[in-house]
Design a protein around this ligand. Sequence first.
Ligand SMILES: [Zn+2]
Ligand SMILES: [Zn+2]
Length: 186
Amino acid sequence: MRGLKGIRKGDTKKVSENLIISLSWCTSLMDQLGVDIEQSVWNRFPNVCSYCGESPCACKAKKVQKRLHIKPDETRRPSTIGGLQKMFDMIYPSSRRTIEQAGIHLAEEVGELSEAVLRFRGHHRDADFDQIVLEASDLFSCYMAVFNSLPLDYHAELVKAFSDGCHACRKSPCECPYDYVLNFKS
Ligand SMILES: [Zn+2]
Ligand SMILES: [Zn+2]
């Protein structure tokens, strides 16, 4: 939410810092659940839009209602984080949306992922777990959309924040006390 506040205030540094922190949190949550987020993102976005199967996405023109089942072409799989970010800009070009629209979409997907996590915690059904994986992949695409809209190099921002340990205490593993995390200003 602080990242979104950065969008509203036109403060790119605030957007980047907070989105890097929250995407890293999301990645650790996926680690805890044993989800390979890179693989899941590729399954969901195999170099084309997962609804219409095209790049750039042609959902609007084709009036696509249902998600297609696409067989990924492994030869086109990005091998770096930078490649992944570029892939998303090809599928969903930043020229087609405002940064505010990218931010609103990100907020929607955060809500959908939290709903999926809560539903899974309630019932522990396989289908609910699969939904977490799908929602996390959609959310990842929205983070990339915001970084592409700014535009900012996600890989470079990630290195800036974490190459020297935790972004706050600079230790690895992080040793930030809980009350410090609660009061962390970003
Ligand atoms: Zn599409
Ligand atoms: Zn720390």
